[in-house]
Design a protein around this ligand. Structure first.
Ligand SMILES: Nc1ncnc2c1ncn2[C@@H]1O[C@H](COP(=O)(O)OP(=O)(O)OP(=O)(O)O)[C@@H](O)[C@H]1O
Length: 348
């Protein structure tokens, strides 16, 4: 559906030169749901605007739905839907009129655009609102109208630029539900941008992480987390009551008990474990707190498995676990490890 080679875009604004996109190579297969994830100004919208033929690339090439974005923009446009960041409907217009006008733009006969409009209003739970003006709709309804407008030409490929930004959590979930239904019904390929980490994680089949105009990672969310981030298991183990002289023994006992869980290579504080320097492996840190308890943190790719194994190993060794916790790897950890910055903090 999409194939790009070295796509770039440089803006010249007065004396300022902004290299918004610095060489994007990406392929999207038919039926995929791909999220472009990155902080503000990363180049996501600019990439989307080039792929939709709204913006001419500075260099590089791209084929979208089988057509060249530079030389065959009309063919591209007739096969895509594009839902930009702003609301598409004119505020004082009626909902149904907006949809019908969109159908006319695509040269559909009246019977066809009326049928499609009615179908989409029903599919997006907007039925009954056709006669209302756009400005009278709620934020979530307005965004769903945007989606309906983008689907009037039944495009095989849909671009959504930050579809859920500004919506409350309920409306976000609701819009996603509708996108899922539409995808099933029309078998669309979907490319969207977002800076909601949770959304990219749970909804996208593939996440393309963009930073400073380049792709820094491109994989399914689970693979990104496996390859670029760790789960962290935290355990507090009761120390032996008595003199401070026993402290090193407690740490040694805890380490010995956890050695089979961590694996043959892992175990040294701060040392790379399985996976070596090529990727994250198990890493164990054990320190003694003021109260004499041993705090263990285990960085691992399989936290949900390691946590019960670790508790059981400590129990078998006669050690008592006071508390245990698991923080699973997130796409923010992935972004942090790849760029040295937190996407969550930048968004805030
Ligand atoms: N028309 C333009 N003229 C000059 N600079 C531009 C123009 N459009 C975008 N830029 C700049 O290009 C860079 C990338 O912008 P872009 O909108 O693609 O980022 P983004 O990742 O979509 O960000 P956001 O999440 O905020 O939408 C930014 O520095 C932006 O200021």
């Amino acid at each position: 559906m999409i194939h790009t080679e070295g796509l770039t875009k440089t803006f010249h604004r007065k004396k300022e030169v902004v290299e918004a996109v610095k060489g994007i190579d990406v392929d999207v297969r038919e039926g995929e749901l791909v999220a472009f994830l990155g902080p503000n100004g990363a180049g996501k919208s600019t990439t989307l605007r080039m792929l939709t033929s709204l913006l001419e690339p500075t260099s590089g090439r791209a084929e979208v739905a089988g057509f060249d974005i530079r030389t065959q923009p009309a063919e591209v446009r007739s096969r895509i839907g594009y839902i930009g960041q702003g609301n598409g409907g004119g505020f004082s217009y009626r909902v149904a009129d907006e949809l019908h006008n969109q159908g006319r733009f695509y040269g559909l006969p009246a019977s066809e655009y009326q049928r499609r409009a009615a179908d989409l209003l029903a599919a997006l739970e907007l039925d009954g609102l056709g006669k209302r003006t756009v400005q009278s709709l709620s934020g979530g309804q307005r965004r769903r109208l945007d989606v309906a407008l983008g689907l009037m030409n039944h495009p095989p490929l849909l671009f959504l630029d930050e579809p859920t930004t500004g919506l409350d959590p309920h409306s976000r979930a609701n819009l996603w539900e509708h996108i899922g239904v539409l995808r099933e019904r029309y078998g669309m390929t979907i490319v969207l941008t977002t800076h909601y980490l949770d959304e990219a994680d749970s909804m996208a089949e593939r996440v393309v992480v963009i930073d400073h105009g380049t792709i820094v990672a491109d994989a399914p969310p689970a693979a990104l987390k496996r390859d670029h981030a760790d789960d962290v298991v935290t355990l507090v183990v009761a120390g032996t009551p008595g003199s401070p002289a026993q402290v090193p023994d407690d740490v040694t006992r805890v380490r010995a008990a956890l050695a089979p869980v961590v694996g043959e290579v892992g175990g040294g504080a701060g040392e790379p474990g399985r996976g070596g320097s090529d990727g994250p492996g198990d890493r164990l840190h054990a320190t003694v707190g003021a109260g004499g308890d041993v705090t263990v943190t285990l960085s691992t790719t399989h936290g949900a498995d390691r946590l019960p194994e670790a508790i059981e190993s400590l129990r078998v060794a006669g050690l008592s676990v006071r508390s245990a916790g698991l923080k699973q790897a997130s796409l923010d950890d992935v972004f942090l490890n790849l760029t040295g910055r937190s996407l969550r903090e930048e968004a805030a």
